[in-house]
Design a protein around this ligand. Structure first.
Ligand code: APR
Length: 316
């Protein structure tokens, strides 16, 4: 089958490099276009030596971005500044909002039909920024825009599997909402457990899934936030989408997309992926009392974070 062309923007970074390496291993990618403001030719030369299908190019500098984006089917964006200890994902807002807006404007111009996969944080706000930027350019298609919340699913699968003695690879926890702290809502009540959790265990598990990123920020002690696990999650979501673009059926992943499952414009819920992006948005199913309370209290926060992204584009 004809392969797809995939661009990684921010490819020289802590997430971008390992994610580019993982994507080089996909048989569905015919060309991998690496872009960053620095160092991309070196990363591209290095990754290009792996004996897999994708040809690799690396371009640096905003003045050369047209070359990186022309003809792309999929664009993944891990560009931005990472978190330092004490920072929340929201603290990154001003710097990353500008970076994402400028990259989105370039994509709207040079590859308006591409699937847009957003990793740059705060995802709750950067996804609306991309949507508004594409709307301004008159090229927005909500079926092609995804906030990558896969790391929340990956973490939930790992922590739940470890606690239940399950295989992490085949554990599949549904995680809905947004991609920051208490906006992350793992639906543990829908799992068929082998061992019931006490209330304390359950509470600790939910907190660990919601704040797993902070564990990494603290352990890295000033050197940044999650990069390797995020690269793994980003590559997983991208390759699942590529499988669906190549005709695989029933590819369902949780992703932060525009939909009507809640009153908010953007919400992470399971979606079926297809050749044109979002094929079907799924309801997330029953919540127990604790999950319902968490859901009710987080909606206003998520709503504010979405509005913050929308306002940013309208003011700039
Ligand atoms: N265009 C392309 N790349 C850019 C731009 C831009 N306008 N601005 C910055 N970058 C690049 C940097 O040069 C760097 O190579 O983005 C990369 C970011 O890498 P790191 O600083 O190592 O940060 P990383 O840990 O990879 O996190 C990046 O992902 O999870 C989020 O919160 C995180 O938003 C942050 C982003």
């Amino acid at each position: 089958a004809a392969g797809k062309k995939v661009a990684v923007l921010g490819a020289a970074g802590g997430i971008g490099q390992p994610m580019s390496l993982l994507l080089k291993d996909s048989d569905h990618i015919s060309h991998l276009s690496l872009f960053d403001v620095v160092n991309t030719p070196g990363v591209a030369a290095d990754v290009s030596h792996c004996n897999t299908r994708a040809t690799v190019t690396g371009v640096a500098g905003m003045e050369n971005i047209e070359e990186a984006l022309t003809g792309m089917d999929v664009v993944v964006i891990p560009a931005g500044v990472p978190r330092k200890p004490g920072m929340t994902r929201d603290d990154l807002f001003n710097t990353n909002a500008s970076i994402v807006q400028s990259l989105a404007a370039a994509c709207a111009k040079h590859c308006p039909e591409a699937m847009m996969l957003i990793i740059a944080n705060p995802v709750n706000s950067t996804v609306p920024i991309v949507a508004e930027t594409f709307k301004k350019a008159g090229v927005y298609n909500p079926k092609r825009l995804f906030g990558v919340t896969t790391l929340d699913v990956v973490r939930a699968n790992t922590f739940v599997a470890n606690s239940q003695g399950w295989n992490p690879r085949t554990t599949n926890v549904k995680v809905i909402g947004g991609h920051a702290g208490t906006t992350i809502l793992p639906l543990l009540s829908q799992l068929k457990l082998d061992r019931q959790w006490s209330d304390d265990e359950l509470h600790a598990l939910i907190k660990r899934i919601q704040f797993g990123g902070d564990e990494v920020v603290q352990a890295k002690n000033g050197a940044g936030s999650a990069t390797l696990s995020m690269a793994y999650a980003g590559a997983r979501f991208t390759t699942r989408l590529l499988d669906a673009m190549h005709g695989a059926k029933d590819v369902i992943e949780c992703s932060y997309t525009q939909n009507n499952v809640t009153k908010l414009p953007f919400f992470s819920t399971p979606v079926t992926l297809g050749p044109n992006g979002v094929e079907k948005v799924h309801e997330f199913g029953a919540l127990n009392a604790v999950e319902q309370a968490n859901f009710d209290s987080m909606l206003p926060d998520l709503e504010k974070q979405i509005a913050k992204g929308v306002d940013f584009v309208h003011k700039n």
